[in-house]
Ligand binder design. Structure first.
Ligand code: ZN
Length: 190
């Protein structure tokens, strides 16, 4: 017996385990705020928008707040104050009146394009690449377009040259014509 009688490992889910923070407002916040005015007041002190808490208690998912910096819309989400229309664009799910998916996601590329990319990834995983050696520079051009570059003299070993900051890459290219030649061989427009 290493524990006192009646001790528990897990906390039972009770109302007050939802803390009165307004960062993310969920349906459990709504239920508690409807039942407990102290909780509601605590939530109001956490947010700039009293209308957000009114909307939460009414069961709405949006309210009128500050205009969005990006699109100028004043409609905001109760859940996290995010701009309603910008969030809709980021996650374009259209629901019908019964909360079912009304519109499917649109394909971003054709079946052939998708399979070509998948094939390139498979070939890359299998080790298929085109090797280039110029001076003390060596490089591998992979089917997905990734360009890995190594140079012992300058202690360069990058698995993906496209992740190198552009200004840095420009300076390197000015000082090392071999690198520019490698980039041309890989199909970069330099
Ligand atoms: Zn917006």
């Amino acid at each position: 017996m290493s524990k006192p009688r009646g001790s528990r490992n897990t906390l039972s889910p009770g109302g007050w385990q939802i803390s009165p923070h307004a960062a993310k407002l969920t349906r459990r916040h709504r239920a508690i705020a409807r039942a407990d005015p102290a909780f509601e007041q605590a939530l109001r002190r956490q947010t700039l928008y009293p209308q957000r808490i009114d909307a939460l208690i009414e069961g709405q998912t949006n309210f009128i707040g500050k205009p969005c910096d990006r699109c100028g819309s004043v409609k905001r989400r109760v859940f996290d104050c995010g701009c309603w229309s910008c969030k809709q664009i980021a996650r374009p799910i259209v629901l019908d009146g019964r909360n079912r998916l009304a519109k499917r996601w649109e394909a971003t590329r054709s079946r052939d394009g998708y399979e070509a990319i998948l094939d390139a990834k498979r070939r890359e995983a299998a080790g298929d690449c085109y090797r280039v050696e110029i001076g003390d520079w060596s490089a591998q051009v992979y089917p997905t377009g990734r360009l890995a570059v190594q140079c012992q003299r300058l202690h360069i070993d990058t698995p993906d040259l496209s992740t190198v900051p552009k200004g840095h890459l420009f300076e390197l290219g000015m000082a090392n014509p071999e690198l520019v030649e490698i980039m041309r061989t890989a199909g970069w427009s330099v």
